[in-house]
Design a protein around this ligand. Structure first.
Ligand SMILES: NC(=O)c1ccc[n+]([C@@H]2O[C@H](COP(=O)([O-])OP(=O)(O)OC[C@H]3O[C@@H](n4cnc5c(N)ncnc54)[C@H](OP(=O)(O)O)[C@@H]3O)[C@@H](O)[C@H]2O)c1
Length: 273
């Protein structure tokens, strides 16, 4: 059990905090007393989370950035260290998927997945290690991977998440002698805007099966009301972002000599991602 203020006095950075899993993690961290740095490319949804965190008595700072730019990621971490004197938790969550065959893919989609899911995570981890060492933190680096990393034929998106698993395990070994633990989280299917680049017809059909009618355009986010309505109706097949956030909060509130190394959070039935 965690106490409501388990993260009091800590600085936590969450990338991809404008939506889905990252937003849920940021809001749970804020409600648990952390000063949360929310980072993504979309300011408006992060302002809403900042308001919620403030209402819960917490503190939040918004940083609009693109994690594909190493310098911007460094400035995010260095800015948190400079302004709060600490970096205790980094959640490398920003990520995206373009499904489809390799034969038919647009190489720019490979670049987006590799740079967001892998390069951004590496840049964040390196900057966080340096900042955590500088302030003597009992730190946690949380990498959001996927159950796609448990299958060998999960496409280019899956390849990026295999890379995340490998990077997490490597960092865990590298940091054995530091007071920094590395947590690798593999969510199953979770109701978020993750499917925004999926085939809209397939997605609309899936949502319709829950009784909710929705018009979809490829690349566009779904209204929160639709996501919140669909999840409880399809809970055997899709989990909620709060499920993942609770697991992350549990892992980062363990004593520093306990490493919750790998976590799989999934609904009862498993969809391939
Ligand atoms: N949902 C699932 O079923 C599922 C399952 C397994 C793993 N995951 C992983 O969970 C993580 C979060 O995804 P989600 O499901 O919560 O999807 P989501 O609702 O689409 O959220 C993705 C987040 O990443 C941010 N992001 C994407 N590209 C970015 C960039 N270049 N720079 C900064 N931020 C960027 C997005 O913000 P902006 O677009 O505003 O920048 C958004 O906040 C991802 O790593 C994903 O691979 C999801």
């Amino acid at each position: 059990m965690t106490t409501p203020q388990a993260l009091s006095g800590k600085t936590a950075i969450v990338t991809g905090a404008s939506s889905g899993i990252g937003r849920a993690i940021a809001e749970q961290f804020g409600a648990s007393g952390a000063h949360v740095y929310l980072a993504s490319r979309s300011q408006a949804p992060m302002e809403e989370s900042k308001k919620k965190i403030a209402e819960a008595g917490g503190e939040a700072t918004i940083v609009v950035l693109d994690v594909r730019d190493v310098q911007q990621v460094r400035e995010l971490v260095d800015g948190a260290l400079r302004d709060t004197g600490r970096v205790d938790i980094l959640v490398n969550n920003a990520g995206l998927s373009y499904p489809g065959t390799i034969a038919d893919a647009d190489p720019e989609h490979w670049r987006a997945m590799l740079e967001t899911n892998v390069l951004g995570l590496l840049a964040g981890s390196q900057a966080a290690i340096r900042a955590m060492r500088q302030c003597g933190a009992e730190g946690h680096i949380v990498n959001i991977s996927s159950i796609a990393a448990q299958r060998s034929d999960s496409g280019v998106y899956g390849a990026t998440k295999h890379a995340v698993n490998c990077i997490s395990a490597t960092l865990r070994s590298e940091l054995e002698e530091d007071s920094i633990r590395v947590i690798n989280v593999m969510p199953g299917a979770i109701v978020t805007n993750f499917a925004r680049n999926f085939d809209p017809e397939f997605l609309a059909g899936f949502i319709k099966a829950s009784g909710v009618e929705v018009e979809l355009k490829r690349g566009e986010k779904l209204p929160d009301e639709v996501l919140e309505k669909v999840q409880p109706l399809m809970k055997q097949l899709v989990g909620s972002p709060e499920d993942v956030a609770s697991a992350v909060l549990y892992a980062v509130t363990q004593p520093i000599c306990v490493n919750i190394a790998d976590i799989v959070v999934r609904p009862p039935k498993q969809l391939n991602l």
